[in-house]
Design a protein around this ligand. Structure first.
Ligand code: NDP
Length: 283
């Protein structure tokens, strides 16, 4: 039997991207699927992005992930952008179909896959801490999934108001802003709490969003986007109160497996991906 030694390439463009756990996770998934594919971490300066995107075609890459600071800047360099990525206004995954580069956003989709394992977001009232890129992807997907109310709690008024206005106009969401100027007490009418800030991310592992859960319902679902470490102080507080939780590993694995499937057409082994990340994060 002949062996196909032609290697297919995908990767991540970011700046800087010295430590990217996605690389370890995707390469583990390729090996598990028996695919002769390789995922590379490539540092691309903002001013070099247009040339790098041309290089992607020239080098025959099958796709890439885009991370900070390229998620928005890459959009004009693409041939097509998926409808939800357009609404989010950011692209984290690009797939090549022939010579066409198609932009997708799997961050929000990855979050939703984890969420749907616990509940159907339709008709649910959701509090989101943060108004950055992760919050934007998650809230747009929640609105498209029929969440009844989105309460954005953010430190900077301007950024929070910008996200709420976008949700109201672009996806006709019932959204409102709470300025995060003091401890936010999660009320008994909230179904889901999402930390979409960077609070708790390594190395600030003891940092905790300024929230209180003592007024929350017993069936509140608490989600954190922080993947490293997965057991953030917020997740621990919620678990200590007997609440259901979803940590940031779920979102990271699922956004990656959705991208893997877009590139390869093959179902990803999510168990292998999760194990690779846990090893990387020392969990
Ligand atoms: P951004 O920089 O775009 O946004 C950060 C948000 O966090 C802003 O709303 C900011 O508020 C808020 N914030 C940061 N520090 C504080 C603080 N001390 N107090 C209050 N608010 C604070 O980042 P992203 O949205 O791109 O990423 C956020 C997190 O999501 C990161 O930690 C990232 O690792 C994680 N992430 C996880 C993914 C996964 O797959 N698990 C995927 C994508 C992201 P303000 O507007 O006031 O500055």
């Amino acid at each position: 039997m002949a062996v196909n030694y032609k290697e297919e390439l995908v990767g991540v463009f970011g700046y800087p991207v010295a430590e990217n756990p996605t690389c370890v996770m995707q390469n583990a998934a390729f090996a598990a699927a028996g695919l002769f594919w390789r995922y590379l971490t490539i540092e691309v300066k903002p001013e070099d992005l247009p040339t790098a995107m041309q290089g992607l075609r020239a080098l025959g890459f099958r796709g890439i992930n885009c991370t900070i600071p390229h998620k928005v800047a890459v959009i004009p360099l693409l041939d097509e952008v998926a409808p939800d990525a357009k609404l989010i206004g950011a692209v984290n995954t690009i797939r090549r179909v022939g010579d066409k580069l198609i932009g997708e956003n799997t961050d929000g989709k990855g979050f939703m896959r984890g969420l749907r394992e616990q509940l159907d977001p339709a008709g649910k009232r959701v509090v989101i801490l943060g108004a950055g890129g992760a919050a934007r992807a998650i809230t747009v997907e929640l609105a498209l999934a029929g969440a009844s109310e989105l309460i954005v709690v953010n430190r900077s008024h301007e950024r929070g108001a910008g996200l709420v206005a976008h949700l109201q106009t672009a996806v006709k969401a019932n959204a409102r802003l709470v300025d995060w100027t003091s401890t936010y007490a999660v009320g008994g009418d909230v179904d889901v709490l999402v930390n979409a800030t960077s609070i708790g991310l390594y190395p600030d592992v003891d940092a905790m969003p300024d929230v209180r859960l003592d007024g929350a319902r017993g069936d509140l679902l608490v989600c954190d986007v922080i993947p490293n470490p997965p057991n953030t102080p917020l997740i621990k507080l919620a678990q200590g109160r007997g609440l259901r939780t979803i940590n940031g590993l779920a979102m990271l694995v699922y956004q990656g497996s959705i991208g893997f499937e877009m590139w390869t057409g093959v179902q990803a082994d999510e168990g292998v991906m999760k194990a690779a990340l846990e090893k990387e994060f020392g969990v």
